[in-house]
Design a protein around this ligand. Structure first.
Ligand code: ATP
Length: 270
């Protein structure tokens, strides 16, 4: 079967309420919601709506979640794909796929395009690595730049892209009229971890009075994705032990398990 290049979602239910913490990032990205909902308010005064913003931060911190929440808040379609798909799955056709993607988004505008792992296509050009395949990647990147320059100031398609390696990106991507805004999405602090726990505890059947301050304290360095994992793992551990509600010990066991996983991952990396 033919792999799909991008995913298109409408009627998104994710909103800023689903994104715990990240107050600064939410505040900055709120403006993009306003642009999508009420573009004339800005263009009537001669302003140009930005075409793109870069979400920068470590893995699992909620960049995808935040981008989706923008689409949910503005009630616009969400076109998403991963940069690595471009270069891995569509050898020889990356550029034309980019063209298709923008064409479809424009037809359904206002809309959001979300490109995860933009660094896979957006690494600086001209520093060829020995592995080859660079021409393909560069063609894809060039087409992306062309598309962003090409859509008129009122096309009302906003491109959000995520990376944890902003330093390797081709500077051309950051030029005015492209991804000229950067929004930082950092690992959560203790207060934010508590909020993230509250979001992911909500759907669980749990004992009363679980201390989320305690859980936040037990999880330094955890990302939002890690915390979501802890909550799910805790529920599975409780079920395995035939409990009818998830309790504190299940969370502690789940934290241990995730810490073990993180340590293993780090060993492979270094
Ligand atoms: P990556 O760089 O690995 O693609 P990301 O920054 O895009 O990661 P997400 O995919 O948005 O991270 O996060 C994964 C999951 O972790 C989310 O679907 C959500 O369940 C949870 N999560 C992450 N951050 C938050 C947050 N701030 N609030 C609530 N849940 C979060």
């Amino acid at each position: 079967s033919k792999a799909k290049l991008f995913d298109e979602k409408t009627d998104i239910k994710t909103t800023f309420k689903d994104v715990a913490g990240l107050e600064g990032a939410k505040e900055e990205i709120q403006e993009i919601v306003e642009f999508l909902k009420n573009p004339e308010k800005y263009t009537n005064l001669g302003g140009k709506i930005p075409k793109g913003a870069l979400l920068v931060g470590p893995p699992g911190t909620g960049k995808t979640l935040l981008a989706k929440a923008v689409a949910g808040e503005a009630q616009v379609p969400f076109f998403s794909l991963s940069g690595s798909d471009f270069v891995e799955m569509f050898v020889g056709v990356g550029a034309s796929r980019v063209r298709d993607l923008f064409k479809q988004a424009k037809e359904k505008s206002p809309a959001i395009i979300f490109i995860d792992e933009i660094d896979a296509v957006g690494r600086a050009r001209g520093k060829s690595n020995m592995s080859g395949g660079n021409d393909e990647r560069e063609n894809t990147l060039n087409q992306l730049l062309t598309e962003m320059d090409g859509f008129g100031t009122n096309s009302n398609v906003i491109v959000l892209a995520a990376t944890n390696r902003a330093d390797v990106l081709d500077k051309a991507l950051m030029r005015a009229g492209r991804f000229d805004r950067q929004i930082f999405v950092d690992l959560p602090d203790i207060r934010e971890r508590k909020e993230i726990f509250e979001v992911h505890l909500a759907p669980l059947k749990k004992v009363e009075g679980l201390d989320t301050d305690f859980l936040a304290k037990q999880t330094p360095g955890f990302s939002g994705a890690d915390i979501a994992n802890v909550c799910n793992e805790a529920a599975l551990i409780a079920a395995r032990n035939n409990k009818t509600a998830v309790d504190k010990q299940d969370f502690l066991d789940a934290v241990d398990r995730i810490v073990g996983g993180l340590e293993k991952k780090n060993k492979i990396v270094t």
